[in-house]
Design a protein around this ligand. Structure first.
Ligand code: CAP
Ligand code: MG
Length: 436
C-alpha cells in the first residue's frame, strides 16, 4: 500500500544525508491531517493521488522518497517537517529542487494552504553550489570602504527617461556622495533607453564622477533579457565597457538563468546584484507560498553578491524578523534557527557573504531606523527618497549621505540638518514619516 499516509513516519530520525523542509499546513475540514501531510511529502517527491503499490513494485524508490517525521499542532495551524534524501535531487540544480519541494504540493486539494517556511541543506548539497563570486569583502575592496554602509540610488521615474537623462542622474547622485547607481527592475532595453547606449553613456558619466570626486563609483546594470543568450551578451558588453556589476531580476528571469549568469560572471569577474521583483506574489502570505528565507538561501547558494531583503518600515511588506533572518542567511557562517519562527539553522561552509540591500520607500528621515535595526554592514537604496527631493537628485543624494553620516557620527538627523540645508529640506518634505 502506498497511499498518502505511507509518507508519514513519526519514528523516522533524519540523518546527515537528509534535506529538511518545514511547511505550515492548513488542513481542509473534510481531510484527515495525516493524509494531508502525507500528500505533501508524496506529491513533492515520488508519489501521486492513487496507490501505485510503489514499495512492492519498486522497493528502491523508497531510497529517494520524502517522509513526514515531525508534526506540531499550534493554534495557528500545523507545522510539519519533511526529510528528503539528498539523492532525490540533481546536483547544482535549483529549479529541480523547487520542482520537487515547491512544486505540485502548493496546488493540491488535500491542503487548504501550504507555506514553505525554510529548507535546511546538507553539507554535501551545499558544496555543489558556487556561492558568491565576489562577496561582501570583495565589494568593500572594490570601493575601498571597509566599514560604513554602501549607498545606492535608482533613478525615478522607474522607466521612461531618455538615456541622457538617466546618465545625468547618475552623475548627480555619484557627485552627491553615493557609491552606486542602480537600474530599476523593469528597465532593460526599451526604445527610449536602449541597453547598450545606456551602458556606454552612464559609465562615461561614472568615469567623470570618479575623476571629480577621486572616489570609486559603480553602476548596477540590469542585464535581464528575453533569453539567456541575450543576457550573457549584455553581461559581456558591460565587462567590455569597464563595468564591475550586472543586475538580474532573479525571480522573473529564473534560477537557471541566474546559474548561467553566475558561470559567465566567474569568467568575466563581474559581481551580481539580485533584484527580487515578483517575490511578493508568494512570500507575503504567511499561510500559503514560499518564504523570503528560502529565496535568500537559494540566492546565496546560487552565487549572488547582493540581494534585496526589505526594510520592515518602508513601503513594501517585510516583517522585521523576516529581514533579520534573511540577513543572517546572507551573512552568517552558521545561520541560527528561529530568528523567525520555524526557520532552521544552516551551516554555510565556505560560502562567501552576500551584501543585504535594504530598499523600498526609504528617505533620509528614516535611514537611522534601518541602521539601528540591521547595523552598518548593509547597502541602503533610496529612489524616491533621493529624486523626490524638492531641490532635485543631487540635493537628494547629499541629504541621504548626510543622514547616514549623521548616524555614523552618533548625531541626530535634526542636529546634522543644522549644517546641511539639503538634509533640512528633506526633513521638511518627509520628516520621520513611514510610507504606506
Ligand atoms: C525602490 C525600488 C526597489 C524596491 C524593491 C522600487 O524604489 O526601486 O525596486 O526597493 O523592493 O522600484 O520600488 P524607492 P525590495 O526607493 O523609490 O522605493 O527592495 O523590497 O525588493
Ligand atoms: Mg525598483
Amino acid at each position: 500500500m502506498a497511499g498518502y499516509e505511507d509518507f508519514v513516519d513519526l519514528g523516522y530520525k533524519p540523518n546527515a544525508k537528509d534535506i529538511i523542509a518545514v511547511f505550515k499546513v492548513k488542513v481542509p475540514e473534510w481531510e484527515k491531517p495525516e493524509r494531508a501531510f502525507g500528500a505533501v511529502a508524496s506529491e513533492s517527491s515520488v508519489g501521486t493521488w492513487t496507490d501505485l503499490n510503489i514499495w512492492a513494485k519498486y522497493p528502491h524508490v523508497k531510497k529517494v522518497a520524502a517522509k513526514v517525521y515531525s508534526i506540531e499542532h499550534t493554534p495557528h495551524g500545523y507545522w510539519i517537517k519533511i526529510a528528503y534524501p539528498e539523492d532525490h535531487f540533481e546536483q547544482n540544480n535549483v529549479s529541480q529542487i523547487l520542482a520537487s519541494i515547491a512544486g505540485n504540493d502548493f496546488g493540491m486539494k488535500a491542503v487548504d494552504g501550504l507555506r514553505l517556511q525554510d529548507i535546511q541543506f546538507t553539507k554535501t548539497v551545499m558544496k555543489q553550489y558556487p556561492g558568491p563570486g565576489v562577496g561582501i569583502s570583495g565589494i568593500r575592496k572594490i570601493f575601498d570602504v571597509p566599514e560604513r554602509p554602501l549607498m545606492l540610488s535608482v533613478p525615478k521615474p522607474k522607466v521612461g527617461m531618455t538615456t541622457e537623462e538617466h546618465a545625468d542622474i547618475g552623475y548627480q547622485i555619484w557627485t552627491g556622495g553615493l557609491d552606486l547607481l542602480k537600474d530599476d527592475e523593469n528597465l532593460t532595453n526599451q526604445k527610449f533607453n536602449p541597453f547598450k547606449k545606456r551602458v556606454e553613456k552612464t559609465l562615461k558619466m561614472r568615469n567623470k564622477a570618479e575623476k571629480v570626486t577621486g572616489l570609486k563609483k559603480s553602476y548596477l546594470i540590469n542585464v535581464s533579457a528575453p533569453t539567456v543568450e541575450e543576457m550573457i551578451e549584455r553581461a559581456r558588453f558591460v565587462k567590455k565597457q569597464g563595468g564591475e556589476y550586472v543586475m538580474l531580476d532573479i525571480i522573473t528571469a529564473g534560477w537557471s538563468a541566474l546559474a548561467s549568469l553566475r558561470n559567465e560572471c566567474k569568467d568575466l569577474g563581474l559581481a551580481i546584484h539580485a533584484h527580487r521583483a515578483m517575490h511578493g506574489a508568494f512570500t507575503r502570505n504567511p499561510d500559503h507560498g514560499i518564504s523570503m528565507e528560502v529565496v535568500s538561501k537559494l540566492a546565496r547558494m546560487s552565487g549572488v553578491d547582493q540581494l534585496h531583503i526589505g526594510t520592515s518600515i518602508g513601503k513594501l511588506v517585510s516583517p522585521k524578523e523576516e529581514v533579520l533572518q534573511c540577513q543572517s542567511i546572507l551573512t552568517a557562517k552558521k545561520t541560527k534557527e528561529n530568528i523567525r519562527e520555524h526557520c532552521l539553522s544552516q551551516d554555510w561552509g565556505t560560502k562567501k557573504q552576500v551584501f543585504p540591500v535594504s530598499s523600498g520607500g526609504l528617505h533620509p528621515g528614516i535611514v537611522d531606523q534601518i541602521l539601528k535595526m540591521f547595523g552598518t554592514n548593509i547597502m541602503i537604496q533610496l529612489g524616491g527618497g533621493v529624486h523626490g527631493h524638492p531641490k532635485g537628485s543631487y540635493a537628494g543624494a547629499v541629504a541621504m549621505r548626510a543622514a547616514i553620516d549623521a548616524y555614523l557620527d552618533k548625531q541626530s538627523v535634526e542636529e546634522k540638518a543644522k549644517t546641511c540645508p539639503e538634509l533640512k529640506e528633506a526633513l521638511k518634505t518627509w520628516g520621520r514619516s513611514l510610507p504606506k
